[in-house]
Write a protein that binds this ligand. Structure first.
Ligand SMILES: Cc1cc2nc3c(=O)[nH]c(=O)nc-3n(C[C@H](O)[C@H](O)[C@H](O)COP(=O)(O)OP(=O)(O)OC[C@H]3O[C@@H](n4cnc5c(N)ncnc54)[C@H](O)[C@@H]3O)c2cc1C
Length: 425
């Protein structure tokens, strides 16, 4: 599309080859535009990456669940590729509770109370004009010993502590049934990137908007394009790892203060067959204790993932952050001790090896995914707006409804690509 004699190297440059960047690059190329995608790290996928080297079986280091299969944008492409996609078990296992309805009833009540409170906050805001948005902790009712665990059924997937979580943001999240990909979710997304013009190990350092285009600086030199799509995490943006000229406007900086990276990590534990006596792909819950300031001191387990022998200890919020700071053994030991407390010492005997992720320490990501603080419920749209006309933004943080997910990131990548196609005509 870039004509002979044009001063541009490409029509469009996409920053980042995660789910959003891959979707945008594919869509722009399919529309006939000249596109290049620059990725800072030495691999594609960003926060959705399947490793097979550590355990010899697929291990999703980031995203693993295809959330809400009905509206998940990656399900149909995965099936079309012939990958083995299948539904997650409908029921989890609750250790230490004879009647699981005790917990599920509390979860349902909490969800209903949360929706009611979010509606009330929206009405108050509409009447008074004063931003009104409570936290998830504000709607937690202490009914009994399982109330906190019920609340953490939401808290765990959000990647932050209940008091730091905007109720109105969480309530927009599309529910629904999850699916898995046996080959790994990262494998699925990597297949979508095959053949795309992606340059690895090329961090973008500066983005300078010009009257008729954009100049992008990297350590390997400068590239001139007609438009840019930035898909880096809000953690990378907030840390100012990319300089913008003109600087990011104050609205977006405020949004970056209110929609921030949370913490969610896996400590994957490989066991000999039969060590964890639950069905494969089962979510295993146990009674969680609230530590100081209502912070959970534990997580949950995804057991025998796709029959590989891998069980993942999943943690979120401050607890996950503390384990990362304590080093990889801390999460592995905590997970093993918790399982041994449930199923006995055989768990330790049948343990082969473990690996803990530390997404906050990944320099080009800096956390798990973007959650809104109380008061930040309306800020995701600000993050998806274009800057200086030709600098577009996309990623999981700017989707409303599928925020924090691969599908949301993919859909945002497609949306930004459409915006650019419309703009360039
Ligand atoms: C532990 C964990 C578990 C998760 N579980 C799930 C799940 O089960 N299901 C689900 O749907 N989602 C899950 N998520 C969230 C999901 O992984 C993300 O929402 C999604 O992958 C984000 O995609 P993205 O394209 O917006 O951002 P990213 O994946 O962060 O992609 C941005 C890319 O930009 C690159 N980059 C950064 N700086 C620069 C620069 N200066 N120059 C060039 N490139 C740069 C990065 O290296 C990265 O590759 C999980 C995430 C984590 C961390």
């Amino acid at each position: 599309m870039v004509g002979a004699g044009a001063v541009f190297d490409f029509d469009v440059l996409v920053v980042g080859a995660g789910a959003a960047g891959i979707a945008a690059t594919g869509a722009l190329g399919a529309a006939g535009l000249g596109v290049v995608c620059l990725e800072a790290s030495d691999r594609i996928g960003g926060r959705v990456h399947t490793d097979t080297a550590i355990f010899g079986v697929p291990f999703d280091m980031g995203a693993h669940w295809l959330h809400n299969e009905q509206s998940n944008a990656l399900k149909a492409p995965g099936l079309a590729m012939g990958l083995d996609l299948y539904p997650a078990p409908a029921e989890g296992v609750i250790h230490g509770l004879d009647d699981s309805a005790v917990l599920w009833d509390e979860v349902d009540e909490l969800e209903a109370a949360g929706r009611q409170a979010a509606r009330a906050d929206a009405e108050t805001e509409a009447k008074t004009g004063i931003p009104t948005d409570r936290s998830l902790a504000d709607v937690l009712v202490e009914k009994g010993p399982w109330s906190f665990t019920a609340a953490m059924m939401f808290g765990l997937s959000i990647g932050r502590d209940l008091p730091d979580t905007s109720l109105r943001d969480v309530i927009t999240w599309e529910g629904g049934h999850d699916w898995f990909c046996r080959e790994g979710f990262g494998h699925l997304v990597a297949r979508m990137a095959e053949g795309l013009p992606i340059r690895l190990a090329t961090p973008v350092t500066d983005i300078v908007a010009l009257p008729d285009g954009v100049r992008v600086k990297t350590q390997a030199g400068e590239i001139r394009v007609r438009a840019v799509i930035v898909t880096v995490s809000v953690g990378v943006l907030a840390a100012e790892m990319i300089r913008f000229d003109p600087p990011l406007e104050s609205d977006r900086r405020k949004a970056l203060d209110l929609v921030t990276m949370g913490d969610y990590n896996h400590a994957a534990l490989l066991f000999r067959p039969g060590a964890i006596p639950v069905e494969l792909d089962t979510w295993l819950t146990y009674q969680l204790q609230a530590g100081p300031k209502g912070i959970a001191q534990g997580g949950g387990f995804l057991c025998n993932i796709s029959g590989t022998g891998l069980t993942s200890f999943e943690t979120s919020g401050s607890f996950s952050r503390a384990l990362q700071e304590a080093g990889p053994e801390a999460a592995i030991d905590h997970g093993l001790e918790t399982l041994a407390g449930m199923f006995g010492a055989n768990v330790q005997r049948d343990f082969i090896k473990g690996h803990a992720t530390a997404w906050r320490k990944e320099p080009f990501v800096r956390g798990s995914y973007a959650g809104a603080l109380p008061g930040g419920h309306s800020q995701r749209k600000v993050l998806g707006r274009a800057h200086a006309e030709r600098v577009h933004f996309a990623g999981e943080a700017s989707h409303v409804g599928q925020q924090c997910s691969v599908s949301g990131a993919h859909l945002e990548g497609l949306r930004a690509a459409r915006d650019v196609i419309d703009q360039l005509g």
